[in-house]
Design a binder for this molecule. Structure first.
Ligand code: CO8
Length: 265
């Protein structure tokens, strides 16, 4: 692993086309303070720019993803401060960077992903969960509510009934329930989490990058667009892939029974 940048609250490494961001505030269960969210944003931006990186992973390691916003930092803020700073978008570089990244971002989650932690993994493109993973929006138990997508992305991911249940009761979902309702794509034993996420990311990074971008854009289109608009967008993107040399290479490689050597990675 090559450590690319020095941060205080996260670790960032690049290996074999994969950029990995590891949240690193173990004493407070990776609670998201302003420094951490700012650093995540800077790291995502840096990996997005790094030519050799084709896919990004955000993880908290094999114990905990993040137990939410840092309550100690948040507790003395008042409405005026939150409103004027547009909190939590005061750290907008974090949420904006994740939202706007064209490279796929995989969240690899073990242990708690609560509050802002759950919101961060839902902002990623998909979630791989360890069997120890637990998801929740417990803000209501501390007298507040989700503020970085919890009522919105969770509802889009799992439907209104379960989102209401989770946000109003503050209860947690285990990995099995999260997989069952479509919040996570798969569950792996905790000891296999890092390896599974890495191999998945490496596979994505080995594909043709312009096509990866078009697929991500097309799937995201389905979240907001009508089916009619989404299908038209997809069809146009599909046709566009035929303009890439990599498309010819992929199809010729199949016909010639060899592995494709994509040029644009
Ligand atoms: N903030 C600050 N410190 C925390 C947090 C947190 N969110 N969560 C845990 N810690 C600290 C604890 O204070 C404790 O520190 P210390 O050892 O110094 O006492 C240490 O981490 C270990 O925690 P516990 O002893 O409590 O460990 P348990 O295993 O008993 O419990 C829990 C684990 C269930 C995760 C428990 O710690 C807990 O309930 N934490 C708070 C969860 C929560 O309410 N999260 C939501 C926060 S609000 C939020 O996220 C709003 C999002 C809005 C936008 C996002 C902006 C970034």
């Amino acid at each position: 692993f090559e450590t690319v940048m020095n941060f205080d609250t996260i670790l960032v490494e690049i290996k074999e086309g994969v950029g990995t961001i590891t949240l690193n505030r173990p004493k407070v269960m990776n609670a998201l303070n302003q420094m951490l969210t700012r650093e995540v944003g800077e790291a995502v931006d840096a990996l997005e720019k790094a030519e050799e990186v084709g896919c990004i992973i955000i993880t908290g390691g094999d114990k905990v993803f993040a137990a939410g916003a840092d309550i100690n930092e948040m507790k003395d803020l008042d409405f005026y401060q939150l409103h004027m700073a547009n909190f939590p978008y005061i750290q907008r570089d974090c949420w904006r960077a994740i939202d706007e990244a064209r490279k796929p971002i995989i969240a690899a989650v073990a242990g708690f992903a609560l509050g802002g932690g759950c919101e961060m993994v839902m902002a990623c493109d998909f979630i791989i969960a360890a069997d120890s993973a637990k998801f929740g929006q417990p803000e209501i138990s501390i007298g507040t509510m989700p503020g970085a997508g919890g009522t919105q992305r969770l509802t889009k991911a799992v439907g209104k009934a379960k989102a209401m249940d989770m946000c109003l009761s503050g209860r947690m979902m285990d990995a099995a329930e999260a997989e069952h309702c479509g919040l996570v794509t798969r569950i792996v034993p905790t000891e296999d989490l890092a390896d599974t996420a890495f191999k998945t990311a490496r596979k994505i990074a080995s594909n043709s990058r312009p096509v990866v971008y078009m697929i991500k854009e097309s799937v995201n289109m389905a979240v907001d667009a009508s089916l009619r608009d989404g299908l038209a967008f997809e069809r146009r993107n599909f046709a566009s892939t035929f303009a890439f040399e990599d498309c010819k290479e992929g199809m010729n490689a199949f016909a010639e029974k060899r592995k494709p050597a994509f040029k644009h990675r």
